[in-house]
Ligand binder design. Sequence first.
Ligand SMILES: [Zn+2]
Ligand SMILES: [Zn+2]
Length: 392
Amino acid sequence: MRKRMEISLLVFLLILPLLLTSALVSISKTGATGNGQRHVTLEENAPSWPMPENYTTEDYLNTTNPYSQISPQGEETDCEGSNPLYVLVFGDEEERSAVRALEGSPPRPYGWISWATMQLERGDESLTANFGIDIRILDFLEWDSDDSIEYMSDDFEYDLCDELLAEKGHYLDQWYAGEHWSNYVDCIIGITSQATPETASTWGVAPSHNELDQGKIFVLLKWMTYWKDDNLAQHEISHLFYADDHRSDVNCCVMASTHTHFQTIIWEGYFWFVFAYVPCDLTAYSWCPICYYRIESNRTRYLQTLTISATSGGETYPEPGTYKYNYGESVSVLAIASAGYSFVYWLLDGYPVYDRWIHVTMNSDHDIRAFFRRDNSGGGGGTPGMPTSILP
Ligand SMILES: [Zn+2]
Ligand SMILES: [Zn+2]
């Protein structure tokens, strides 16, 4: 371990003059990008490959998101998944005035909206590829965080998460027609740049299982640095699907904040000089088997379930089964009696509906069952329209 560190350092020192004089690279101070480290960036049109001569993949950690279709030099082509998570993003006043830059010549500035768009879309690439979980940003709105609040998250005090929920929680499960998408709001994401004493340790907050079960679907983020921020987003969104922070440090995982590795130089679009122990949750894009299974089991968490069934004597369209819909979607189902049978009624969550076409608004999980009865051909039997005799 120590030996490898020394070799890496040696290689770095040997190639430093090469880097400094290379026509391909320039050195500049990080400004608002935040890690305070000097780093090397490629010129605007410089090829990012090949690396400098004799510079092998053992000399740095490539943390480029393997699922990413977005690069700092390229276009955003976000792929879409079948399990959308519709989010409304709120920037507080400190965040809205922040200007970040990715190095280049000239450096390209990012306002809070373009930075959030980039990092949230980068952050869901692995979720989309593995689970079809797809962050869809409805809109960006303002949130004026209370400057007297000290903490992002504090179980005993009114914190920024509490304030975000108190001020913006009413958007949850409401229809929102946004610039990018229109849908019911599954989740509110707050982004703060307010100084908090836990800044060294806490960069993101997500709900507990209890809060998730109560419908408190939110994430609070504080951006750090380009190469960390997509991992942060992936980590916190994973919590919305019941993946937990690791308590032990056995496995590498995007949920493992306790597992660290010494990193010298990180490549993620640019060279980032790190030389520090970095937890896995800032470099990993994958999950350990436990976290993977947890997310897999809950990936349709933000879809609504419609269960369709029927008694004998008829069919339904769509046919009986379990279906998933976006929150608020309107679904129509038709009951079709077989020859010799008649449709009697639907039971929608236990309540009768007498039209053959039933229209269900998917504002929660619903259960519908079609009841049919044999036609009365012998003159006896029950009175039509009185279905009590065939109730289970
Ligand atoms: Zn690890
Ligand atoms: Zn894990």
